[in-house]
Design a protein around this ligand. Structure first.
Ligand code: HPA
Ligand code: ZN
Length: 337
C-alpha cells in the first residue's frame, strides 16, 4: 500500500477538533434559513472567500459569527453528526470533541440545548464505528468568573462530558487566569487540557502544566523554542495535539514544509495530528496527514508513531486503547513491508 493510502486507512484518534469549527458554509446557510437568522454574507462562496486569515484572532471573529446560526438541539446534533460521519469515513475511530458553550449561552441558548444535541450525536456515532466524547472549553478572552458560571450551568450534565479545555484568544490571556476554575474541575474528576503555545510563548505551556495541571497541551508547537520544556514534555509523555493545516492557515508557520512536527517527533514527544477547525482550515484528519507528509517527507514509521500517539494520548480506558492499537498494528502488519 502506498503512503497516502496507508495514512487514510490507518485507524486514528482525533483529540483536537472544535465542533463549531466543523460547521461547513453549506450547513451555516442551511441552518440560517431554517432558523431565520440573517447572515452578513450573500452566498456560500461569499462566506468561503472571507476565510483568509492572518492570525488566530482574524479567524476567531468569523468562527464566532458562523456559530450564530445554532439555536436548537437539532442544530447541534446536525453539526456534530456531519463531523462524525466524516470522521468515520476517514478511519477516525475515536474523537474527543471540544465545544464552546459560552459562544451559545451568551446568545440565550440554554446549556442543556447545546449538550443534549451534541451528546446524542456522540451516542449515535457508536453505530458508525466512532467512540466520541465531549470536552467543554472555556473561552479565555472572558473572565474566570464567567468560566465558573459556565461550569455551574454544565455540572447538571456532568455525565455528558469527560473534561474541560481552554481556547480562544491566547495572547494576553495566560493559563494562570483560570487556575481556580481548573482546580475545581480537577476536584470534579474531569480531564484537563488547554490550548497553549499556538501563538503564545513557552511560558504559557509551562503554566498550563504546572498551574492548571493539564494532561495534554493543545497545539504546543511554540514549545520547540525552549529546550528545557521540550525535555519536560518528552520525559512526562505529555501529548501535544498538533494541527498542521490550522497552523498554516493562521500563519503560525509560513509553509507546511517549515512545520516543526518532525522536530517534535524526533525529540521524543507524544505529538499527534488533528484538524482543529476543519471547515475553516481546508481539511479534515486525512487531509492534515496527507498534506503534512507530502510537504515534510515524513514516512510510514512516522505515520505509525502518530496514530499510536493518538491512542496513547487519548482519554480512552486501557482496554479501549489496547483494542485500538491492536487494530493499528494489524493494518501495518498487513500493508507495510
Ligand atoms: O486554534 C484555536 N485556538 C484557539 N481557540 C480556538 N477556537 C477554535 N479553534 C481555536
Ligand atoms: Zn483548537
Amino acid at each position: 500500500m502506498n503512503l497516502p493510502s496507508l495514512l487514510a486507512a490507518m485507524p486514528k484518534a482525533e483529540l483536537h477538533i472544535h465542533i463549531e469549527g466543523s460547521l461547513e458554509p453549506e450547513l451555516i446557510f442551511q441552518l440560517a434559513q431554517r432558523n431565520g437568522v440573517a447572515l452578513p454574507y450573500a452566498s456560500v462562496e461569499d462566506l468561503r472567500r472571507a476565510y483568509a486569515f492572518s492570525n488566530l484572532q482574524s479567524f476567531l471573529d468569523i468562527y464566532y459569527a458562523g456559530a450564530s446560526v445554532l439555536l436548537h438541539e437539532q442544530d447541534f446534533y446536525d453539526m456534530a453528526w456531519a463531523y462524525l460521519q466524516k470522521a468515520a469515513a476517514e478511519n477516525v475511530i475515536r474523537a474527543e470533541i471540544f465545544f464552546d458553550p459560552q459562544t451559545h449561552t451568551a446568545r440565550g441558548v440554554a446549556m442543556e440545548t447545546v449538550i443534549r444535541g451534541l451528546s446524542r450525536a456522540c451516542r449515535d456515532a457508536q453505530k458508525i464505528g466512532v467512540e466520541a466524547e465531549l470536552i467543554l472549553c472555556f473561552l479565555r478572552h472572558l473572565s474566570e468568573e464567567d468560566a465558573f458560571e459556565t461550569l455551574e450551568q454544565a455540572l447538571p450534565f456532568r455525565e455528558h462530558f469527560i473534561g474541560v479545555g481552554l481556547d480562544s484568544s491566547e495572547l494576553g490571556h495566560p493559563p494562570e487566569k483560570f487556575a481556580r476554575v481548573f482546580a475545581k474541575c480537577r476536584q470534579q474528576g474531569l480531564h484537563l487540557v488547554a490550548h497553549a503555545g499556538e501563538e503564545g510563548p513557552p511560558a504559557y505551556v509551562w503554566a498550563a502544566l504546572d498551574v492548571l495541571h493539564v494532561e495534554r497541551i493543545d497545539h504546543g508547537v511554540q514549545s520547540a523554542k525552549d529546550p528545557a520544556l521540550m525535555k519536560r514534555l518528552a520525559q512526562d509523555r505529555i501529548p501535544l495535539t498538533v494541527c498542521p493545516l490550522s497552523n498554516l492557515k493562521l500563519c503560525v508557520f509560513p509553509t507546511l514544509a517549515q512545520h516543526n512536527l518532525r522536530e517534535l517527533l524526533d525529540a521524543g514527544l507524544c505529538a499527534t495530528v488533528n484538524s482543529d477547525d476543519p471547515a475553516y482550515f481546508g481539511g479534515y484528519m486525512n487531509a492534515n496527514f496527507l498534506q503534512t507528509f507530502a510537504a515534510t517527507g515524513l514516512d510510514a514509521q512516522h505515520a505509525y508513531r502518530l496514530a499510536r500517539n493518538s491512542f496513547e494520548g487519548s482519554f480512552a480506558d486501557a482496554s479501549q486503547k489496547q483494542r485500538a492499537i491492536a487494530r493499528l498494528d494489524e493494518v501495518f502488519a498487513t500493508h507495510v513491508v
